[in-house]
Write a protein that binds this ligand. Sequence first.
Ligand SMILES: C[S@@+](CC[C@H](N)C(=O)[O-])C[C@H]1O[C@@H](n2cnc3c(N)ncnc32)[C@H](O)[C@@H]1O
Length: 492
Amino acid sequence: MAKPGKPSAVVDTRVIFCGDNLDQLRKLPDGCVDLIYIDPPFNSNRNYEVFWGETKEKRAFEDRHASTQAYIEFMRPRCVELQRVLKPTGSFYYHCDWHASHYVKVMLDQIFGENQFQNEIVWKRSSAHSDSHRYGANHDTLFFYAKGNNWTWNKLFTPYSEEYTDQNYRYVDERGRRFRVSDMTANKPGGDVSYEWRTPDGRTVRPYKGRYWAYSREKMKEMEDAGLIYYRTTGMPMLKHYLNEMPGVPLQTFWDDIKAVISGSEERLGYPTQKPLALLDRIISASSNPNDIVLDAFCGCGTALVAAQKLGRQWIGIDISPTACRVMAKRLRDVCDLREDENLWRRGHGFVVRDLPWTEAQLRKIPPFEFENWAVIALGGLPNKAKVGDMGIDGRIFPVSAAPKKEKGVMDFMNIWYPIQVKQKDKAGRPDIDSFEAVMTREDCTKGFFVSFDFSSDALSEIQAFFTKSGKIIIPLTVREILDEQIAMKLA
Ligand SMILES: C[S@@+](CC[C@H](N)C(=O)[O-])C[C@H]1O[C@@H](n2cnc3c(N)ncnc32)[C@H](O)[C@@H]1O
């Protein structure tokens, strides 16, 4: 893994900002980043659901025109900000698909200038996609723009296909190296290029009729001494090109050699919109240099940040979802061995997450499932992955007291758990407690946690009555209590 160098003097790097990127981008100075990659969710008002992958069925019922228009209106001011924060030598990649790609291209031409458009890259996501009554849509589109006329560019190559090497590299030398040959004559004379050439077996050869040698006699000699000349049976010298010295095919715009992240992929975190590291690796390698700053303003589970870190680039990530921010922080810790630590970060190492919602007012505004995740994680529990059909359980706590005894199987303690129910309500009432009691009875749990902003007095008496009747304990927790606890823990 390459080592990142010094952070930039004008902007903080190795930071994940939690929040709407429009607000976060406005805080960044002009011309401060070298490369931007974005992979925005198609439907702007379903951001969260897109991250959790619940959109496909809903899309089918939408008015396509209305959603495209809304999407472009949502993206335009963000792309204007992104263009502003890009350095004059910077590049911009917009990842999208057929839903809006044609409208996105027009919008980006307006923002960056039509002449700044460099490429439309087609990434073949899967071998086949089953679409009824039309062709299977199995690719994504990436638009590549340069901000100015002098952008960072590192030419990349892909290996030759077997078919190409079989057809072209047909010769093998005495050391087993494969090579192809090319003509050593030219049609434009310059200097002494019509001499007679002597082959190693003593024959004399001249260029074909009307042509000249492409090299001077000295150069020919030099190449022969280096073993770079192959002689045809006619004696005609040909220049050897060794396969192992060729860089490969310069990378083209059709990318079919990068697999999508699917179940079973080693890098998979379980989010349907996660992009493969190899894709980001390629973009970052081509369009930035070590220690350059890479920005992903819709960074999801942080693929661009991980790729940038691995390639020794600086990075900035922005995502509106606190869950996504936590997921990517964990990924950076696990995959890049990077520590999330304010003090370390101040000394130029590790990374930090900024602006996670920490106040009651902020927590009231985040979407319900984000709130559920926040509460469950704050209690040290595991959020329930299925957000629909969760049978009244938003998360589970596996108490430390149930850790395995030596003689028991390692996973036995997973059988002991306490349910967590979360309601993003001003006041949880008696009916809320009643349904949680039903869950506890059904699951035969002795203890459970209920989180809300407050509890009605009815709810609290019901909790007491339930304990008297069944011996089961429901612990009511307010958001304030959780926040105070976290602050206490933070100060500890
Ligand atoms: C398609 S996902 C990105 C996936 C990412 N490329 C990866 O490989 O993990 C889009 C992300 O954009 C985030 N998002 C949506 N609207 C946003 C906004 N206004 N500001 C910042 N992030 C936003 C969503 O929370 C989601 O995580």
